[in-house]
Every structure is written in structure tokens, then in C-alpha cells.
Design a binder for this molecule. Structure first.
Ligand SMILES: C[C@H](CCC(=O)NCCS(=O)(=O)O)[C@H]1CC[C@H]2[C@@H]3CC[C@@H]4C[C@H](O)CC[C@]4(C)[C@H]3C[C@H](O)[C@]12C
Length: 324
């Protein structure tokens, strides 16, 4: 499972949790403007927007899971198992392999509006990256400071949904996730009033009862509702520290602890990392399951006109601030 969200204070923030039972070996990876992308069916692309994000680098190719570009456009791929369907190559279309989708959009588009235009002629194809890295079944969130969309390639075609909630999790398809939010329209951050009965002296005996019924489990639909509620009610100051802190609290509401989601005997899905990109400043913040201290890589500290990938390892290990 995974959860992605957008957030806005003074700046625009975008990030995700990556929940799985093992890591593919990821690095915070900056692709500078002159790095040459050799698209499988679309020729080469150099001279594109610079990108920073989390990627598994294979043979000098950045297989991005999530990231932002220098214009503040963000994109993340999340599991969509059983529903994602990719096509055969089609003459006259822009044929993009699933693993090329993030570089294609973030390399070429400055805004969601531009991404929508590029998506009009796209054909997401099933060409795998390699034999050992076959197609991942994903759907995507693409967002900037003004709006977000969800892209789902399914058996009945490519869906591009407006995403006013600014969140994405996994199954079921996005329109169903949005519909299920209707079930929670009575939830509130305020204390509830007794509409149940005027015969019974019911009262709020605890704080937080306005959101009683918000699902607390780890299922994709429950995480969708929970993070949508938390994000929508989030209050934060405008400073970078306050905003980043609040963003990690939003995604903290769907954090997965080892032991609660057993995927096979003795194997547990956990939140391997949580990211928070500042789209305006080009900074990639992250924490990991084993490292709650926020670490960060700033793309503007690198030469963005270069042609080789810049890679930083994910820092692990808890740093405990002993006070005596
Ligand atoms: C496992 C992750 C999703 C986690 C998730 O959602 N778990 C919920 C399970 S559940 O759905 O809730 O049951 C996904 C998210 C992004 C993926 C990479 C994308 C680039 C690249 C694409 C290539 O084609 C294959 C290798 C590749 C490195 C991919 C590996 C893996 O697939 C990644 C990490």
C-alpha cells in the first residue's frame, strides 16, 4: 500500500508513503536537464526540466517512484494491482512505457494543464524495463500548486480524473474512492451534537468525537478517507519548518507499523519511507521506517545543467538526541 498527498501553505508540497515488505534499493536521484533519456518508442530527450525524486537506478536509468521537477510539478506512482492494463504499441500515438511515464511528464511539463495536453495523445504501453524488472501495475497522481489529477490505464481505456481531494492510495479505481467519501460527509473536527434522540441524554464525553467513524485500519479505501480528512482539516503556519512538519503529520496518519499487515507468513508491509517535496524550492525531504529524523536533498545545490545523474543514498538509522 502507499498513500500520496498534496498540501499548500505558502509553498506547494507533494509527497507519499512507500509501503512494501522490501526495498528495491532506492536513492534520492536528481536528473539534470542535459541527461539524455532514450525512450523505447519515442527517441531521445535531452534538454528537459530537471527532476528530483526517489528512484531505483538501473544501468544509469532513473526508475522514479515519485518526484517533482524544477517547475514544481509533482508525480507519484502507486500500486494499482489487478486494474492497471497497458497497451501494445500503436502507430500515430505517443507510446510511453509504464516505467518512462514519470520522466516523460516531469521532463516536459511545467503544470498539470500542460500534462493534460500531453496526456491527450499518450499510449501507455507494456514494454518492460528488463526481464528482472517487469511492468509494475501502477496508477499515478500528477499535481501542481493549483490542481491534481489521477491517471489510470485500465481495460476500458485511459482515465484522467480530476483529483480535488489531493490524495491517492491503491485499489479500487479512483472514482470509486471518491464516491466512498460520501459515507463520511458527517465527520467533523468539531464536537458532535446529539441528533440521535432528544429522549436520551447523549453527550460528547471525549474530545475528537466529531470524527468518530473515520476508519483506522490500513486498507486502501480506509487510508484514502483518513488522509483526505486529515489533509483537509490540516492547519499549519507558513514557514518551511512548520509546513514540512505538518506534511509529515498528514502522512503519519496512514503510517504502517511492522506487524499490522502480514502479506505472507512472517512478512509484513511497512512504511519504508515517507517523502515531502517542496515544489517551489526543489527540496526533497524524507524519513524512513528506521530514521525519523527528516533528511533532505536540495536540487538547487546541484548543477542542473549537467548530463549525469546525481544520487544520494537513503540515510538509515535512528538518531536519538540524548539530553543528558
Ligand atoms: C512496490 C511499489 C508500490 C508499493 C505499493 O503500492 N504497495 C502496496 C501493495 S497493495 O497494492 O496495496 O497490495 C512500487 C511503486 C513504484 C514502483 C517502481 C516504479 C519504477 C520501476 C518500474 C518497473 O516496471 C519495475 C521496477 C520499478 C523500480 C517499480 C518497483 C515497484 O513496483 C515500485 C517501487
Amino acid at each position: 500500500m502507499c498513500t500520496a498527498a498534496t498540501y499548500k501553505t505558502k509553498d506547494f508540497y507533494f509527497g507519499r508513503t512507500l509501503d512494501y515488505e522490501f526495498s528495491y534499493g532506492d536513492e534520492i536521484t536528481i536528473t539534470p536537464r542535459s541527461y539524455v533519456f532514450n525512450f523505447r518508442h519515442m527517441g531521445t530527450l535531452s534538454g528537459h526540466y530537471a527532476i528530483i525524486g526517489m528512484a531505483h537506478v538501473a544501468g544509469d536509468y532513473p526508475l522514479y517512484y515519485d518526484g517533482i521537477n524544477e517547475k514544481g510539478l509533482g508525480m507519484a506512482g502507486l500500486n494499482f494491482v489487478g486494474n492497471a492494463v497497458y497497451n501494445e504499441v500503436e502507430e500515430g500515438k505517443e507510446n510511453i512505457a509504464q516505467f518512462e511515464f514519470i520522466p516523460w511528464i516531469l521532463g516536459k511539463c511545467a503544470t498539470v494543464k500542460e500534462a493534460r495536453a500531453l496526456l491527450a495523445n499518450i499510449n501507455l504501453v507494456k514494454t518492460p524495463f528488463s526481464e528482472i524488472l517487469p511492468c509494475a501495475q501502477l496508477h499515478w497522481i500528477i499535481a501542481d500548486k493549483n490542481e491534481a489529477i489521477t491517471v489510470e490505464a485500465m481495460a476500458d481505456g485511459l482515465h484522467i480524473w480530476d483529483n480535488p481531494a489531493g490524495v491517492l492510495t491503491n485499489n479500487p479505481p479512483f472514482n470509486q474512492q471518491m464516491f466512498m467519501l460520501n459515507n463520511y460527509m458527517h465527520l467533523s473536527a468539531k464536537q458532535p451534537e446529539n441528533h440521535f434522540s432528544d429522549q436520551l441524554g447523549l453527550k460528547a464525553y471525549s474530545r475528537g468525537m466529531g470524527a468518530l467513524g473515520l476508519p483506522g485500519d490500513l486498507s486502501s479505501a480506509s487510508r484514502f478517507a483518513r488522509v483526505a480528512f486529515v489533509r483537509d482539516h490540516s492547519v499549519s503556519g507558513d514557514t518551511e519548518a512548520e509546513s514540512v512538519s505538518q506534511f509529515f503529520h498528514i502522512l503519519g496518519s496512514v503510517d504502517q507499523q511492522r506487524g499490522c499487515c502480514e502479506v505472507e507468513p512472517g512478512k509484513y508491509e511497512i512504511s519504508l519511507y515517507t517523502s515531502c517535496c517542496n515544489g517551489d524550492k526543489g527540496i526533497y525531504y524524507y524519513t524512513t521506517y528506521e530514521n525519523h529524523q527528516i533528511s533532505a536533498v536540495d536540487m538547487n545545490h546541484e548543477d542542473l545543467d549537467g548530463n549525469t545523474l546525481v544520487r544520494y543514498p537513503v540515510l538509515q538509522g535512528e538518531k536519538i538526541h540524548m539530553q543528558n
